[in-house]
Design a protein around this ligand. Structure first.
Ligand code: HEC
Length: 260
């Protein structure tokens, strides 16, 4: 580290880890500090949340990120972008894919009457997309590599293998369960503090495998609605055998707890 080369401090907080730095951008903080910069109107044909053509007031997400972070210091191919939503949902995508697209942070729905947003109906509840909804003017809504989070609060830039390094099992027979967990569960659930927060942490301090009867836990993961009224966890299309693999991995992780 050579202090004479240090660039002026940016609003984003930077956390130096062993190998690769992480960056955290608090969008509401930028808004409060009036650092969102120039807005524009974007039109989204076949919007995936509203299922129709929508127009939003938005800021260019690439410009916003480039203003906060020196992207030249980042190897996009080994980095991911993680979106943190108000309810703790945390979808992610490769940074390289994000940087090659045309993402915008929408903050107002132009067509909404008397409000900033047209309401969204979800599980019979009315909600809206505030404070930010990430949209793309060039990505197909059918391409599920692109994430379109609403209620977006924060953006994190992290090493692509962050959860892999921390949560990858040393026991090869647990890798299948690990892979299923990474693909289906980690957006909503953390293990050892790593992952989404929409659902509960599943490993620390007490693993779900320590207080659920195993067969019931397997069934719950397959069909949560058969256990709980108005359940928030979706039925994901997991087979019983896949659920068994996941539970095997969770039992393995119960032997490898770490507070975070
Ligand atoms: C969209 C978010 C979401 C996804 C994806 C998700 N869950 Fe959940 N999960 C929840 C929420 C929210 C709860 C809290 C209970 C509820 O549904 O209201 C929950 C509850 C649970 C519980 C019960 C915890 C307890 O202490 O009783 C388990 C076990 C669980 N989830 C496992 C999984 C596994 C394994 C996967 C992946 C196959 C998964 N979940 C995917 C949101 C999610």
């Amino acid at each position: 580290m050579n202090p004479s080369n240090a660039s002026p401090p940016k609003a984003a907080t930077i956390e130096q880890t062993v190998s690769q730095p992480e960056y955290h951008i608090d969008l509401l903080d930028l808004k409060t500090k009036k650092k969102l910069r120039k807005d524009t109107i974007v039109t989204i044909v076949n919007d995936p949340v509203y299922h129709k053509t929508k127009k939003y007031k938005a800021v260019n997400a690439l410009t916003l990120i480039a203003n906060e972070i020196d992207l030249r210091k980042i190897d996009a191919n080994s980095t991911k972008i993680v979106f943190e939503c108000r309810d703790g949902y945390k979808p992610e995508m490769p940074l390289a894919l994000f940087l090659a697209s045309k993402p915008y942070l929408a903050f107002k729905d132009v067509g909404a009457k008397g409000a900033d947003w047209e309401p969204i109906s979800k599980n019979g509840n009315k909600m809206d997309a505030a404070p930010f909804y990430l949209v793309y003017t060039d990505a197909s809504t059918k391409d599920d590599r692109y994430k379109w989070p609403y209620n977006l609060m924060k953006i994190h830039i992290e090493p692509i293998d962050k959860s892999k390094t921390a949560l990858y099992p040393k026991d090869p027979s647990r890798v299948a369960g690990y892979t299923l967990f990474q693909n289906q569960c980690i957006t909503c659930h953390a293990i050892n503090g790593i992952g989404g927060e929409m659902g509960p942490e599943l490993n620390y301090p007490k693993s779900v495998t320590e207080y659920w009867v195993e067969t019931e836990l397997v069934n719950y993961i397959v069909n949560p609605a058969s256990f709980r009224n108005k359940v928030k966890m979706p039925t994901l299309g997991i087979t019983k055998q896949q659920s068994q693999e996941i539970v095997g991995y969770l039992k393995y992780m119960a032997e490898n707890k770490k507070g975070n």
